[in-house]
Design a protein around this ligand. Structure first.
Ligand code: PEP
Length: 252
């Protein structure tokens, strides 16, 4: 069955020393966690990846990148190649985080290409989707999320979609301290799982992890993670502090 995934997105935070310090603390604090049903993932900025990978080599914690380009190489100054990430042993890559959709103009079309590139290189994409506050207030959340999921992912074959992790991240809950209620989150997760069922089949839909992201913290993690269709968390702010991140891991 599906594994829980608890992934910490550090965004554009922490110096190299701070990053190494945080990764070391998390490593030691989860060393006794023998729950094989949880995958712990750290997603620091690119410059930390190799160093932290070295630091985690005797740990089961996995590493992810916050984005990648849709081409493997070429004249794309400042971009990061999915092939290069795979080559150094990175397992996950976030695709379509709302901050990239908002500040970098990433569209569902370009994200679909990034998803392809990630899968072709053996990376597991964490595909983010979510509605803005305006969209929710205007009862558009189901339409918007369906569109992001369809356009970003539904060109994939059944074998390929099984390699994707989804993350429902309502934009109004990211970094704001406002969390979707467990009922709101569960409703969206179950809606998306239904879409997966209709497009693929029940067995495939049931095998895909759908994470929740948006101000998840130790105080609300247990309730969110106990919902039947919530398979883990993509965590921003609370992942920058070892104690709160590990508390969330222990809430599973
Ligand atoms: C995120 O950036 O994916 C996120 C969920 O951030 P936060 O936990 O800070 O809301």
């Amino acid at each position: 069955m599906r594994k829980y995934i608890i992934a910490g997105n550090w965004k554009m935070n922490l110096t190299l020393e701070e990053g190494y310090g945080l990764a070391s603390e998390i490593k030691w604090m989860v060393a006794d966690e023998v729950n094989n049903n949880i995958e712990i993932v750290i997603i620091p900025s690119y410059i930390h990846l190799s160093g932290i990978q070295n630091l985690l080599k005797d740990s089961s914690i996995k590493l992810g990148a916050q984005n990648c380009h849709h081409k493997n190489s070429g004249a794309y100054t400042g971009e990061i190649s999915p092939a290069a990430l795979a080559n150094i042993g990175i397992k996950y890559v976030i695709i379509g985080h709302s901050e990239r959709r908002q500040y970098n103009g990433e569209t569902n079309e370009i994200l679909a290409e990034k998803i392809n590139a990630a899968i072709e290189n053996g990376l597991t994409p964490i595909y983010c989707f979510g509605e803005t506050l305006w969209e929710r207030e205007n009862n558009l959340e189901l339409t918007i999320n369906e569109c992001q999921v369809r356009e970003g992912l539904f060109h994939l074959t059944e074998d390929q979609i099984k390699k994707v992790v989804l993350a429902y991240e309502p934009v109004w809950a990211i970094g704001t301290g406002k969390t979707a209620t467990s009922a709101q989150a569960q409703q969206m997760h179950s809606f998306v799982r239904e879409l997966l069922k209709e497009k693929y089949n029940k067995e495939t839909a049931e095998s895909i992890s759908i994470l929740y992201g948006g101000s998840m913290k130790p105080e609300n993690a247990k309730e969110l993670l106990s919902c039947p269709d919530i398979d883990g968390g993509l965590i921003g702010g609370a992942a920058l502090e070892s104690r709160s991140f590990v508390e969330i891991v222990k809430s599973v």
